[in-house]
Ligand binder design. Structure first.
Ligand code: ZN
Ligand code: ZN
Length: 222
């Protein structure tokens, strides 16, 4: 089954995220989002290789063995698998994959295999098990539906896998990643049509503007 590569990505990873990924200092939840974007995005993959080269040169200058070597090798294996290996066969289905390879490997399946939990307002989520320093989840937002407006205590990464959403800043389509931080308050709204499926990671709880989402928050680790 071949993943339909995305050519029109307009929103990319920041240098800080690529550097952290290359150095192996990001939480596991963020690594998954970064690896998934990189598997779709030639531009960010090329930039990551530059950071890898710079990081390697600094280590050699200092006469030290590269610290993150194991993590780096694991990452490269992930990327290599994603970008260049023959597409893996999933005989159950003929539909094109929604999840790029790194994510499919992580969750052990594709969109049809996800066990969704409703979190209110028509939105569903599935939390993916990672280390607890950050949280990563799949979100399903029906076309035309809004996610409650919220601010952020830390960093939130949102990668679009299917459909599209827009907020106060811009619109985000398949392959695009939005990086939100403390200064940003936004209300993402899925564009009419297909469900918007996103992979979203946060390293701190969101700040909701109204009471109901705040109650849901304690239930669903938002
Ligand atoms: Zn990119
Ligand atoms: Zn947000």
């Amino acid at each position: 089954m071949k993943y339909d590569m995305t050519q029109n990505i307009r929103h990319h990873l920041t240098d800080g995220l690529l550097m952290g990924y290359s150095a192996g200092t990001l939480p596991e939840a963020f690594n998954l989002v970064v690896a998934t974007h990189i598997s779709l995005c030639d531009e960010c993959r090329a930039r990551m290789h530059e950071f890898d080269a710079v990081g390697g040169a600094i280590m050699i200058d200092q006469g030290e063995a590269p610290v993150g070597e194991g993590a780096f090798a694991a990452t490269m294996a992930l990327i290599n698998d994603a970008a260049w290996s023959a597409p893996s066969e999933m005989p159950k289905r003929n539909a094109p994959a929604v999840f790029p390879e790194p994510l499919r490997d992580y969750v052990g399946g594709d969109l049809d295999d996800v066990k969704w939990r409703r979190i209110g307002g028509g939105v569903s989520q599935a939390v993916i098990k990672t280390s607890r320093d950050a949280t990563v989840r799949l979100l399903k937002i029906p076309g035309g539906t809004a996610v409650p407006d919220h601010g952020h205590r830390g960093t939130e990464l949102t990668l679009v896998l299917q459909g599209a959403f827009e907020d106060e800043t811009d619109s985000f389509g398949k392959g695009d990643i939005e990086v939100a931080n403390e200064e940003m308050v936004h209300q993402p709204v899925a564009k009419p049509g297909t469900d918007c499926i996103c992979l979203a990671a946060t390293d701190a709880p969101l700040r909701f503007s109204s009471l109901i989402p705040r109650v849901a928050q304690t239930l669903f680790r938002l």
